[in-house]
Design a protein around this ligand. Structure first.
Ligand SMILES: Nc1nc2c(c(=O)[nH]1)N[C@H]1C(S)=C(S)[C@@H](COP(=O)(O)OP(=O)(O)OC[C@H]3O[C@@H](n4cnc5c(=O)[nH]c(N)nc54)[C@H](O)[C@@H]3O)O[C@H]1N2
Ligand SMILES: Nc1nc2c(c(=O)[nH]1)N[C@H]1C(S)=C(S)[C@@H](COP(=O)(O)OP(=O)(O)OC[C@H]3O[C@@H](n4cnc5c(=O)[nH]c(N)nc54)[C@H](O)[C@@H]3O)O[C@H]1N2
Ligand SMILES: [Mo]
Length: 702
């Protein structure tokens, strides 16, 4: 038996370090790496039996060609040579007729790593001259909010949370989605910390916390403004910190005057006394720390609201202390994007298409050629993106040539003309950077891929050869890429080398140790002014998204100038204190992450579904009674866009007029999915974030 160092590839902030256990040429198990200071040897229930994922009998292991109607899941096996020559013929024809921008790369982060992850196809498509697919599915709103306010900082070290005395999990269901942070929170609590969760419903995390602030969805910015109002009124501001290390306090405090607790209660639904108590405890119990999740940005104006939350730690001087401040997404490690993604190959004026808007884009483009072909990889848009019926309508277009690289024939892969088999984590070598902790992990190939599956890296090498793209870049080996893809000369990696990473399996970025790390005790925010910018200079300049997310999100698609001061929430929310509900569609549906799947992965695996349970919808007893629904009844959740089947769980855990159904279930296995009902992203939010939780539905017993 051999133990080979690996890293969990899933799109999750925890990015566990683990070992592949190999017997001969077979992966027989995995175990967590106990020496990893953050993930500490524990694996979640999704990955515990990772070998079964690799050897799942439904796995796609050969290239296939569609032989039935689109979406009918009828395919025949073909060779790689045939698949590549069919792709080449189609793409050559399309390029001759429409130009290369008629081809759209459609990739995301199904595997999270440098060579095989989100940016795996960038160089290839940039060289080809294809349209750019803007990928703002997840956290671009919250990350943009952070960058505008405190800059591209790593923020508070999750390991430093043990030193915090007041921990706020804000729109984050930590026990389900970032479970390796929880032991640090428990340790802090043992030392006297209080744990507060700001979430519209009672999650698993809320059930374990000390205090639940159950606000109305999408009202986070208003709640935070209310806290600022109280902190100013009651003399809880750290004026010395504010004066030395922030910009725009006068304007922010002027704006906060409009948010006295009673008015904030009406909008957020949180009792005014609770808001007062929350503001006082947050300000006085230092160090206080906020862990911000991604869900608030799924509401109109949500990203703007998160900017207000990003202001809070500086106002109370939380950054002065080890364990104080805010952790959002520590993604800012020195990757050499210029080397990896080759943005220098992008021709000026290349069209950018936001992938959340693919439904409309497939029906014809206002500018440039119609989309004639897509390569979908590392993502399952039909399950995962809003208004999936609209996406399917596009995928059914007879003249669209769709190539999908996948592990399984997912809801999206079902619409492919050509299917290509992708390898899994244990079958490829890579470096994985985390978006939840301060370590970079190494993942070594442990076994050969089954059949003819290839890594994303190899896929784009093969496509480059087929399309006759001549550049030395496309001949670099995995090892040559990995030695160069991180900027080893950057201060954050000082003293580290690729060799050291390989040997150690994991390295900590060079920012000081968790028991001492106080990134902004003396300001030093990586903003243009070096201060925490309540009034953002980047917002005044525009084009703010490009500064940080590079290829992931190259433009501010809306082209709107942003208010330099943090915004609040959508105007309707402010005016009425209400959500998207109407007389016809009286219930707001939130569709957050499940406990048992990772996005839509594992939702096709029966033993994982048994653990997670079949699709359910939580509804308040008052809403259930009105509809004659009892706990356990089968119901239909629907609106003008689509529907899905679910089991009703009647519970006080949700507020009246709010319902919750976790997402990830495949529509093909489940009579629709939550994203059959979520609204199309006609207008995107801050950082081009989706408004998919601003969703109103009706529920009937079936
Ligand atoms: N088990 C599991 N873990 C995962 C994933 C998974 O699918 N399953 N997915 C991974 C991915 S891609 C991501 S991005 C992370 C996300 O992890 P989280 O940030 O925790 O994301 P969500 O589950 O989307 O939302 C968190 C909570 O926000 C609440 N919420 C909804 N609307 C609002 C609002 O307006 N305000 C506030 N304050 N709260 C609101 C939801 O009810 C939910 O409980 O998880 C990762 N980890
Ligand atoms: N309603 C609702 N919708 C949401 C969200 C929500 O909270 N509510 N959250 C959003 C968020 S935060 C995110 S991040 C997105 C996630 O959306 P997606 O990125 O589409 O999520 P996954 O379901 O993980 O799909 C990844 C697919 O890539 C495949 N894959 C994995 N590794 C590889 C590989 O190495 N090569 C290839 N070719 N394929 C691979 C997997 O088999 C899987 O089918 O969903 C978003 N959608
Ligand atoms: Mo995500």
């Amino acid at each position: 038996m051999q133990n080979i160092i690996g890293a969990c590839p899933h799109d999750c902030p925890d990015n566990c370090s683990m070992y592949y256990i190999v017997d001969g040429d077979r992966l027989v198990g995995v175990r967590g790496n106990q020496d990893h200071p953050y993930t500490r040897g524990r694996l979640c229930l999704k990955v515990k039996d990772f070998e079964k994922h690799h050897y799942n009998e439904d796995r796609l292991i050969y290239p296939m060609r569609r032989i039935g109607p689109k979406g009918s899941r009828q395919f025949e096996r073909i060779s790689w040579d045939d698949a590549l020559s069919e792709i080449k013929d189609n793409w050559t024809r399309i390029i001759e007729e429409y130009g290369p921008q008629a081809i759209l790369p459609f990739g995301y982060a199904g595997t999270l790593s440098l060579l095989n992850g989100m940016n795996a196809g960038d160089a290839f498509f940039n060289y080809l001259g294809a349209s750019i697919g803007e990928k703002t599915f997840c956290a671009s709103g919250s990350v943009t909010a952070q960058v505008l306010t405190i800059g591209p900082t790593l923020g508070t070290d999750p390991e430093s949370f043990v030193h915090a005395r007041f921990i706020v999990l804000w729109g984050a269901n930590t026990i389900s989605t970032t479970s390796h942070l929880w032991p640090f929170i428990l340790e802090a609590r043992k030392r006297g910390a209080k744990v507060v969760v700001v979430d519209p419903y009672r999650t698993r995390t809320v059930a374990q916390a000390d205090w639940h602030i159950a606000l109305r969805p999408g009202t986070d910015g208003v709640l935070a403004m209310g806290m600022i109002n109280i902190m100013i009124e009651e003399g809880l501001i750290d004026h010395e910190y504010v004066q030395q290390h922030t910009l725009g306090y006068e304007e922010l405090s002027e704006r906060a005057k409009a948010f006295p607790p009673d008015a904030v209660e009406v909008i957020t639904g949180v009792d005014a006394n609770n808001i007062r108590q929350f503001a006082r405890e947050y300000a006085r119990n230092q160090p206080s720390v906020i862990r911000l999740g991604v869900a608030p940005e799924r509401h109109p104006g949500g990203g703007q609201g998160m900017r207000v939350v990003d202001c809070l730690p500086a106002l109370v001087g939380a950054w002065r202390h080890v364990g104080g401040g805010l952790l959002q997404m520590p993604i800012f490690v020195p990757v050499r994007w210029d080397f990896l993604s080759r943005p220098d190959w992008i021709k000026p004026g290349t069209r950018v298409i936001n992938l959340l808007q693919i439904g409309n884009a497939l029906q014809g483009m206002e500018q440039g050629p119609p989309i004639q072909s897509m390569l979908i990889w590392n993502t399952n848009p039909v399950s995962q993106l809003p208004d999936s019926n609209k996406i399917i309508k596009g995928l059914l277009r007879k003249d669209l040539f769709t190539v999908v690289s996948e592990h399984f024939i997912t809801d999206s892969a079902a619409y492919a003309d050509i299917l290509l088999p992708a390898s899994m984590a244990a079958e490829q070598t890579d470096i994985v950077t985390s978006w939840g902790h301060f370590y970079i992990n190494y993942n070594q190939k442990a076994v050969d891929p089954p059949g003819e599956a290839v890594s994303n890296f190899e896929l784009f090498r093969r496509l480059a050869r087929a399309m006759e793209l001549e550049d030395p870049y496309f001949h670099l080996t995995v090892e040559e890429m990995l030695t160069q893809v991180l900027d080893w000369d950057a201060p954050m990696l000082h003293g580290h080398t690729y060799e050291k990473l390989k040997k150690a399996g994991s390295i900590r970025v060079n920012v000081g140790l968790p028991d001492h790390y106080k990134p902004h005790a003396n300001g030093n925010f990586p903003t243009p002014s070096g201060k925490c910018e309540f009034k953002s200079s980047l917002a005044e300049q525009g084009n703010f998204v490009a500064l940080m997310l590079r290829q992931m999100c190259p433009t501010n698609q809306n082209g709107e100038r942003l208010d330099p001061l943090p915004g609040l929430a959508s105007p309707d929310l402010i005016e009425t204190g209400a959500g998207p509900q109407t007389a016809e569609w009286p219930l707001q549906l939130l569709s957050p992450k499940s406990h048992g799947f990772i996005n839509s992965e594992y939702a096709n695996v029966s033993h994982k579904r048994r653990i997670q349970g079949e699709q359910f919808v939580l509804l308040n007893p008052a809403d259930a009674e009105e509809r004659g629904i009892q706990n356990g009844d089968h119901v239909r959740v629907f609106n003008q866009r689509g529907e899905f089947a679910a089991e009703a769980r009647v519970t006080e855990d949700v507020q009246a007029r709010l319902v919750v159904a976790t997402f990830g279930y495949w529509r093909s296995l489940n009579g629709g999915s939550v994203n059959s009902t979520t609204p199309y992203c006609e207008k995107l939010g801050l950082g081009c974030s989706p408004g998919s939780f601003h969703n109103a539905v009706q529920i009937n017993k079936v």
